[in-house]
Design a protein around this ligand. Structure first.
Ligand code: SF4
Length: 385
């Protein structure tokens, strides 16, 4: 089991309360981006391509706390950029722990060993370390030789000190499923609490536009990786979302489930697209034209998307919204299961071990716009580091 009982209980109680109140749209995880600055320049990242005056900006702890309180989600993911570069990350984390939010601090872990004394182990704090597979694949993905080894040292130190540690892995076209499965074994041996997975999304700003997965390829890849599982593997996310990635169930996107707040405000409609910003969370909910988004909408930007920030909240909603979903979650969580699949096994056996440089070309693009006037206005009003 990859998620502690206390966290599961908090989330279950929260979702059931929203349902009893008849709320159709409710947030599950706040994606809080306190900065866009990073100490890596990954080829698949769309967050670090902003001009220097934007990259210099930080959300203040007070801005973070008011976004968290306004939103009310029980979980807060802190991506970026690299949150450990934020000069007040200690205050932000302490403030969120005091508010009893389950925090996933998403880090590339290059600074984890150096900064770990800033933090105290807590059931509310998890370091979610970005690792895109085995050493060679990760280093290629993040364009940094030696990045894997540094991150691994950080993970070991955090585990040794009693912190909750998970990994988060983004998979692209050309991923070697055999290697990913070996990577899962390695992470379990190192002692991480659980792993998180998502297919990559084609940010227009990402330097590498050629290795993003379409939906059919996503299902095939995740089906090959996640079928015939090693029972020791633990995942720190909804089992139904993993089944969605494997093509075993369908969901519609619920982007309000993981709303994004950053130096521009509340991002419409989701973590990935930028169709404007709202000043408040309630404005985001009421003024976004949600019907324009999701694979079924016909919006080309959403056509190939299966990422966790759009679909994991849909899976959690299914768990608590139907007896079938609940029983499927209980079965997968409590009894595990290997997801035996002969054709996936055959695909694994036929996999030719690939090196990162031999990724297959696939062109899927999406538009990503930063409203100039919003950026300028925010630049003048936000604190600088
Ligand atoms: S389908 Fe993907 S890109 Fe489209 S709104 Fe949902 S999460 Fe965003």
């Amino acid at each position: 089991m990859g998620v502690p009982i206390s966290q599961m209980w908090t989330v279950a109680r929260y979702v059931l309360t929203q349902k009893l109140k008849g709320k159709k749209r409710y947030p599950l995880v706040l994606m809080l981006e306190p900065l866009f600055r990073c100490n890596l320049a990954c080829a698949g990242c769309g967050k670090i391509q902003y001009p220097a005056h934007i990259l210099k900006q930080n959300l203040t702890p007070e801005q973070c706390f008011s976004a968290v309180e306004e939103c009310g989600a029980p979980m807060v993911s802190i991506p970026g950029g690299e949150p450990l570069l934020h000069p007040q990350i200690k205050e932000i984390v302490e403030g969120l722990v005091a508010r009893r939010k389950y925090i996933y601090l998403c880090t590339n872990a290059l600074l984890l060993k150096e900064k770990i004394d800033l933090f105290k182990p807590s059931k509310y704090l998890t370091f979610s370390v970005h690792l895109d597979g085995e050493k060679e694949h990760h280093d290629f993905s993040v364009c940094r030789e030696g990045g894997f080894d540094i991150a691994l040292e950080g993970i070991k130190e955090a585990v040794k000190r009693g912190f909750r540690v998970t990994t988060n892995t983004t998979l692209f076209d050309g991923t070697d499923p055999v290697s990913v499965r070996r990577f899962f074994d390695q992470m379990m041996e190192v002692g991480v609490e659980g792993m998180m997975l998502s297919p990559g999304y084609s940010y227009e700003k990402a330097p590498d536009q050629e290795h993003f997965l379409g939906r059919a390829k996503t299902r095939t890849l995740f089906g090959t990786i996640l079928s015939n599982r090693n029972k020791k593997w633990r995942f720190n996310q909804s089992p139904l979302f993993l089944e969605f990635l494997m093509g075993r169930r369908s969901y519609v996107c619920t982007p309000w489930g993981m709303p994004t707040y950053n130096v521009f405000g509340w991002q419409k409609p989701c973590y990935l697209l930028q169709d404007g910003y709202a000043d408040t969370f309630s404005e985001l909910l009421s003024q976004t034209q949600w019907e324009k988004y999701g694979a079924e909408s016909g919006n080309s930007k959403c056509a190939n998307c299966m990422v966790h920030s759009g679909y994991e909240a849909s899976a959690v909603d299914d768990t608590f919204g139907s007896l079938r979903g609940f029983l499927a979650t209980v079965r997968a969580t409590v009894f595990g299961g290997t997801y035996a699949n002969a054709s996936a096994l055959e695909a694994l056996e036929q996999t030719v071990e690939s090196r990162p440089g031999r990724l297959v070309e696939l062109k899927v693009t999406a538009t990503r716009r930063v409203p100039r006037e919003t950026a300028d206005a925010q630049d003048m009003s936000s604190p600088q580091s």
